[in-house]
Design a protein around this ligand. Structure first.
Ligand SMILES: Cc1ncc(COP(=O)(O)O)c(C=O)c1O
Length: 448
């Protein structure tokens, strides 16, 4: 059996090793007992993967030309065996690094027991995770989703429903939302409507109506609009990730809190990126001593498996009834068992203290090493979410660092280097990252 072609008129792209893989799969599907003769033969080289991606994937991602095939701790490897120090964590996801043994155990053990049951039934890991989230936060109840955008989508619905229930017999109850400059809340139609970057939003308009964008940090503007009485909820990231690593001030969050209380609006903290230990606090808002009515989480919660969570106070939960929202996959046993392990490890006081210490050390090191360069305007952030603002595009620096074995991200308008390493990174690895950044900085003079 050479190959199985379902669509004979479609041109076939032949990659020798892919052909071998297809042939193997085709025979396996037909129940012919085959063993791959040499498993190495079935793996693709980096250039083959990139070429194939360009032919078979929808072009939504302007990817970095790098294929990653395995990882351990804070190190990632491409198929050719080149090693990279990971200061991206899959965009602030892999807080325990790659292949954490406790996480692997939690996933493999649970996979052998029960992976998915839907929310028609109860399952133990889901309730265990929800209990831990409630015990460790302001929240009384939890709703699970599969991603950050879905968590925000649920928060939008919960805020609308809360206002509807709070204003019985009023046709004109508060349904609008406030979001801020440089905010990022996701890509689905509701969360997208709350996302400030027009580049993401405009091609898909009309998105959800009723969103006003205000300047992040502008207390008076927010106060004036909230007090008009039309706002269902204010969405804010205590520390903006995608937007450029901007931290809110305590006064700003305090004012949002008191004004929302005055007007009956809800305060939603989007901690999808900055939450769960990244700042050195379990929840970023703990650094401010200001608490929300709703908090959305996602990225690091299940250590790399897809999950989102909406944490709410009792009065918000009370407005939500059976059937108001739901998801087939969300909060499944596998993903929740992984998340229980992640949360248990990260919420240890000594773990959080180590993030604070390493974050402070890294920031000081970066200021010391890079601060003298004329392109570096500011080094900012809290814990291990750090931004280096440049007066030029950060892309050449990202490319040069990659060539030197360091993976970093951009943020903001492309002029901010975003450093979000696994929270388990060692001081030695942070020193190496700072050294590579320092050595690569001159590339900014050549390219700009
Ligand atoms: C603050 C914030 N909210 C929401 C999202 C959307 O999360 P997801 O990509 O999981 O949908 C992101 C993603 O970067 C984010 O940083």
């Amino acid at each position: 059996m050479a190959s199985l072609q379902l669509f004979p008129n479609r041109p076939v792209i032949l990659y020798p090793s892919l052909d071998a893989r297809r042939s193997f799969h085709a025979r396996a599907c037909l129940g012919i007992n085959v063993q791959p003769a040499d498993s190495k033969k079935l793996s693709l080289k980096s250039n083959e993967v990139m070429e194939m991606e360009g032919k078979v994937m929808v072009g939504t991602y302007a990817r970095t030309p790098l294929v990653l095939s395995n990882g351990k701790g804070c190190k990632l490897y491409d198929p050719e065996g080149r090693e990279y120090l990971d200061c991206t964590s899959g965009i602030a996801v892999n807080s325990l690094g790659h292949g954490d043994p406790d996480w692997v155990r939690a996933v493999t053990q649970q996979a052998g027991v029960l992976t998915h049951v839907s929310n028609v039934y109860y399952s133990i890991p889901q309730v265990e995770l929800a209990r831990r989230l409630v015990d460790s936060s302001f929240a009384d109840r939890v709703f699970f989703s599969n991603s950050g955008t879905e968590a925000n989508e649920a928060a939008i619905k919960f805020a609308r429903k809360f206002q509807k229930v709070s204003h019985p017999n009023e046709r004109d109850y508060p349904t609008e939302f406030i979001s801020f400059s440089n905010s990022f809340h996701g890509r689905t139609m509701g969360a997208l409507a709350l996302t400030s970057k027009e580049h993401y939003r405009l091609p898909f308009e009309p998105v959800m109506p009723g969103v006003t964008f205000l300047e992040y940090g502008n207390i008076q503007e927010a106060r004036d609009l909230i007090l008009k009485g039309k706002i269902a909820a204010v969405f804010v990231e205590p520390i903006q990730g995608e937007g450029g690593i901007y931290s809110a001030t305590k006064e700003f969050l305090q004012s949002l809190r008191s004004t929302c209380d005055e007007a009956g609006a809800l305060l939603v903290f989007d901690e999808v990126q900055c939450g769960l230990g990244r700042t050195g606090y379990l929840w970023a808002h703990e650094a401010y001593g200001v608490f929300p009515d709703i908090m959305t989480l996602a990225k690091p919660l299940a250590g790399g498996l897809p999950i989102g969570a909406v944490l709410v106070s009792e009065r918000v939960a009370a407005a939500i009834k059976h059937g108001d929202h739901g998801s087939t996959f969300a909060g499944g046993p596998l993903v929740c068992n992984a998340a229980v392990t992640v949360l248990d490890k990260i919420s240890q006081p000594c773990f959080l203290a180590s993030v604070s210490k390493k974050g402070q050390y890294f920031k000081e090191l970066l200021m010391q090493k890079l601060g003298g360069n004329s392109h570096v305007k500011e080094v900012r952030g809290l814990g291990l979410i750090i931004g280096i603002e440049l007066d030029v595009s950060a892309s050449p620096l990202v490319d040069a660092c990659r060539s030197s074995g360091l993976l970093i991200l951009t943020a903001g308008k492309g002029n901010v280097v975003r450093l979000v390493p696994p929270l388990i990174i060692s001081e030695k690895e942070l020193e190496l990252a700072a050294e590579i950044l320092f050595k690569c900085l001159p590339v900014l003079d050549k390219n700009n």
